[in-house]
Unconditional design. Structure first.
Length: 421
């Protein structure tokens, strides 16, 4: 009889433990160059229960006190105060953080800021982990893979070999001045180069000259197409490409930042939504078919075009050229040969860091960044090239799903569920 009582008691304690475990929560963070996103999820099955967004989270460029503020704000919005005692694990993927060495500055900054933010909110998690945002993005793929290749193609380009969920080898990510070939900056710069070459006679006609000129505020009477000159005359003075309607400009004369993440290599400009609105207007209607050549665009107009375009480009930080990448994608969709050639060359460049990692046939490649999304301008082009190597792409939007999965693994939870979105 005593044995029966003991078994009943053990079963009762087991049910209590299960109920307690079912109440456990985890937090995953994706901290990028333009925003920090926190997700609250069940530790048992990964169901998303809350979300919060705050300011930039790059662990190298955002000072630790400000990074702490942004982390605390995002987590506070995601986790109701009444549930904070239930959080058992937190994992964050940070731009600027890595685990290449124990004293890597970005990782130390991220860990210090995250620990302080959690303490401020009264969250005493048993497990707190920090990884790079790219490692978290890789873990966001279905099944939370531990090994494979990660490719980020946004403003810049970087590829990594991931082993046991940590970066083992990095190729690229050298920034716009020294590398990032095929990324958003490279594409945007190629658009301006094509426009300038056409204006002075070195290049072939392309709708990019008109689109770039309008986007950068070249006066209407210097634009290549007569239709565009009429359009420009109808625009409010000082509103190049109708940007005020598409989201406005900040005090520096550049499009305001919309949502997005950066990595060292974030999605195509953090102004992707603004740029998309601009591209829809500047490469549409009659301008779409306007390939200026001959006397229609006079030498004086060409000279004026260059005179206005060059200072407009030089007045902005160079990286802002990434905002012009959607113009190239839109022109290519409408059969502009120059734009199509730019995208083809960009896809060739993206293949280079993948090849450098010596991929094995059938090895998984997880991609993120605006150029390789479901509607990304390089997705189909790169997929064709990878198919020849026996490789395919899995695309993920960001690292939140992976961060939640890593938090659950840090807590010793079950295999991550595909329901974590």
């Amino acid at each position: 009889m005593n044995n029966d009582l003991n078994q009943d008691s053990d079963r009762g304690r087991g049910r209590v433990r299960d109920r307690v475990r079912n109440r456990d929560l985890v937090v995953g963070l994706d901290a990028g160059g333009t925003r920090t996103r926190a997700v609250l999820a069940s530790a048992v099955d990964g169901r998303v229960l809350g979300q919060g967004v705050a300011g930039p989270g790059n662990a190298l460029t955002v000072p630790v006190p400000l990074l702490t503020e942004h982390l605390a704000e995002a987590v506070a919005r995601a986790v109701p105060e009444a549930d904070r005692a239930r959080v058992v694990a937190v994992a964050g993927g940070f731009a600027g953080a890595a685990e290449t060495a124990p004293d890597e500055p970005g990782r130390l900054n991220a860990l210090a800021a995250l620990t302080a933010a959690l303490r401020r909110l009264g969250i005493a998690a048993d497990s707190v982990g920090v990884s790079s945002d790219i490692e978290a993005a890789f873990a966001s793929a279905p099944g939370t893979p531990a090994d494979g290749l990660a490719l980020v193609a946004g403003t810049g380009v970087v590829a990594m070999r991931i082993t046991d969920r940590r970066c083992a080898v990095t190729v690229g990510g050298d920034g716009w001045l020294l590398g990032d070939d095929g990324g958003g900056f490279w594409i945007g710069r190629s658009a301006v180069r094509a426009a300038l070459r056409m204006a002075d006679g070195r290049g072939v006609p392309t709708t990019l000259a008109d689109a770039v000129g309008r986007a950068l505020g070249v006066p209407g009477d210097a634009l290549p197409c007569a239709e565009s000159r009429s359009y420009a005359e109808d625009r409010p003075h000082g509103d190049p490409a109708g940007l005020s309607a598409a989201g406005g400009r900040d005090g520096a004369g550049s499009p305001r930042s919309a949502s997005g993440s950066e990595h060292a290599v974030g999605p195509v400009g953090s102004d992707a939504s603004v740029a998309a609105s601009v591209s829809a207007s500047v490469v549409s209607g009659s301008a779409r078919a306007c390939l200026p050549e001959g006397p229609e665009w006079s030498p004086a107009q060409r000279a004026a075009y260059r005179m206005y375009l060059l200072p407009a480009v030089m007045a902005e930080p160079p990286i802002h050229l990434a905002r012009l990448a959607p113009l190239v994608a839109e022109a290519a969709r409408h059969q502009d040969a120059v734009a199509q050639a730019v995208l083809d060359e960009a896809a060739d460049h993206l293949l280079e860091p993948v090849r450098a990692l010596a991929p094995r046939q059938g090895e998984r490649i997880v991609a993120t960044g605006g150029l390789l999304g479901p509607e990304g301008p390089l997705t189909a082009l790169l997929s064709e090239r990878l198919k020849a190597l026996g490789l395919t792409l899995d695309w993920v939007a960001d690292g939140c799903r992976g961060a939640v999965a890593l938090a659950r693994l840090g807590h010793g939870g079950p295999p991550p569920s595909s329901r974590t979105t």
